[in-house]
Design a protein around this ligand. Structure first.
Ligand code: GDP
Ligand code: MG
Length: 446
């Protein structure tokens, strides 16, 4: 982050040819920079808030025309004077405009700097700022909904409710220290403990929506693993609805990891087809297997593909099942069109050959990724928020266990740490209002 308050410039649309490109500037004195790169096409000078046709120029003269919107801070998204310039979408023109703005005294904006300046000037909180990024990244309608709700303040409202509950608890605990004999306003310990437990549960429940939220925003990576010839590549193709990976009776056909992105309903899913598990002398196949194992570690979900047969899984499959036991996974028995096959309990049955069980498998994958989180409920998509929410829950529970042993001072200390974690999520400050709440309640002439 550069010097606060200088004028920064950036291209807000993608680099490349397009009908239009939009270049933004923000900072006090923005108009002075703009006056060195743009002048109104008609006689009248520009005014704030009104779009104006402008000629764009640099030291070599006019190179394009466009539309300028100047806006006066602080009633802008950044809280500063801003300018938006629409010009023709040719990278050469954009480069000239940005170079002219730099020559006119602006500097290049850092990533996210417009939003960050908005945060600095109180235009949005940290939760909304993160959600701006999520709205742009969202790969699904649910991802858009989640980000939109956070930008509109719904998530912050949840956090504010949590925060108020913690302040109440802190006030109760502080009151026990300041006025230990005043029984008038004190809740019993049981009520404070129940309140704290409810807050911890809410924080943890919100934290637990992270996996679904991340999948909604960023999409999921789902890896097919299994023994050679189980039908992984056949399933991969069936799930994609197109022949993308080579299918062949020769064991060890798939060596490289093959990757393709598709949609399962609203979800964006990147499927990874991998080399089959077996002991091999072929160094290339072994390298493929090693690569597969690395990528598997990052997958959101594994499809462990077993070859349908009449008997229990063989040794290679048993080893794979044991190795992936703690990973998020679905077990698929493929090839159920074969005679006399037995499908173990809790295992999905498919025939990639006949296209059977494929839709059910897609549904099972989507359910496993979203894990029962309601699409119309609140969800988070930020790891930072998830970790802090878990800290909130842990501290609230620490307060509960500290209260009967170490007393209200230690419990209040843990509640303060929970509050700090909430404030780290929203980017606000506290402590002062904890004291405010205490005095509002108890400062009755004492
Ligand atoms: N009968 C039957 N054969 C299948 C099925 N799926 C795959 N196969 C066959 O099994 C062999 C290996 O398939 P492939 O997809 O390459 O397996 P991979 O090694 O796990 O990737 C090929 O000959 C496929 O035609 C299925 O559902 N039913
Ligand atoms: Mg294969």
């Amino acid at each position: 982050m550069g010097t606060r308050g200088d004028v920064v410039v950036a291209l807000s649309t993608p680099w490349g040819r397009a009908a239009l490109a939009v270049v933004r500037l923000t900072g006090p004195g923005c108009e002075a920079v703009v006056s060195q790169i743009a002048r109104p096409l008609s006689g009248a000078p520009w005014s704030y808030g009104r779009p104006r046709r402008v000629a764009l120029f640099d030291a070599d003269g006019v190179f394009d025309d466009g539309v300028l919107v100047l806006a006066k801070g602080p009633a802008t998204v950044t809280g500063e004077d801003t300018a938006e310039l629409g010009l023709h979408g040719n990278p050469r023109l954009v480069e000239r405009l940005i170079a002219a703005a730099l020559a006119g005294g602006a500097r290049l904006a850092d990533p996210g700097e417009f939003t960050r300046r908005g945060l600095l000037h109180g235009k949005l909180d940290l939760v909304a700022a993160e959600a701006v990024g999520q709205l742009i990244d969202a790969t699904s309608d649910d991802g858009v909904r989640l980000a939109r709700a956070a930008i509109d303040g719904a998530l912050t409202a949840d956090l504010t409710a949590l925060r108020e509950g913690l302040i109440d608890a802190a006030a109760e605990l502080e009151a026990r220290l300041d006025w230990p004999d005043d029984e008038l306003a004190l809740q019993g310990d049981a009520a404070v403990v129940a309140g704290l437990q409810a807050l911890a549960d809410r924080a943890r429940a919100l934290a637990a929506t992270y996996r679904a939220g991340r999948v909604w925003v960023h999409g999921a990576r789902v890896a097919l693993v299994g023994a050679v010839n189980a039908g992984k590549s056949s399933l991969f193709n069936a799930l994609l609805g197109t022949t993308r990976a080579i299918v062949h009776p020769t064991p060890g056909t798939t060596r490289d990891v093959v990757e393709a992105t598709t949609r399962f309903g609203d979800l964006s899913v990147t499927l990874l087809d991998t080399a089959g598990e077996r002991v091999t002398d072929d160094p290339i196949e072994a390298a493929g297997l090693a690569l597969a194992r690395e990528l598997i570690a990052d997958a959101d979900l594994l499809l462990v593909v077993l070859r349908a047969r009449g008997a229990a899984p063989d040794a290679v499959e048993a080893e794979l099942l044991a190795r992936t036991a703690n990973a998020p996974r679905l077990i698929v028995c493929n090839g159920v069109d074969r005679d006399g096959v037995v499908v173990p309990d809790g295992v999905l049955a498919t025939s990639a050959l006949r296209g059977e069980g494929i839709e059910a498998l897609k549904h099972a994958v989507a359910n496993a990724l979203i894990g029962g989180v309601a699409a119309d409920g609140r969800a988070i998509a930020s790891l930072r928020q998830r970790d802090l929410l878990n800290t909130v829950a842990e501290q609230a529970e620490d307060a509960i266990s500290a209260l009967p042993i170490a007393g209200p001072a230690a419990a209040a200390e843990a509640v303060m740490d929970a509050l700090e974690a909430i404030d780290a999520i929203t980017g606000a400050t506290t402590r002062e209002d904890v004291l405010d709440a205490v005095f509002k309640r108890f400062c009755i002439g004492k």
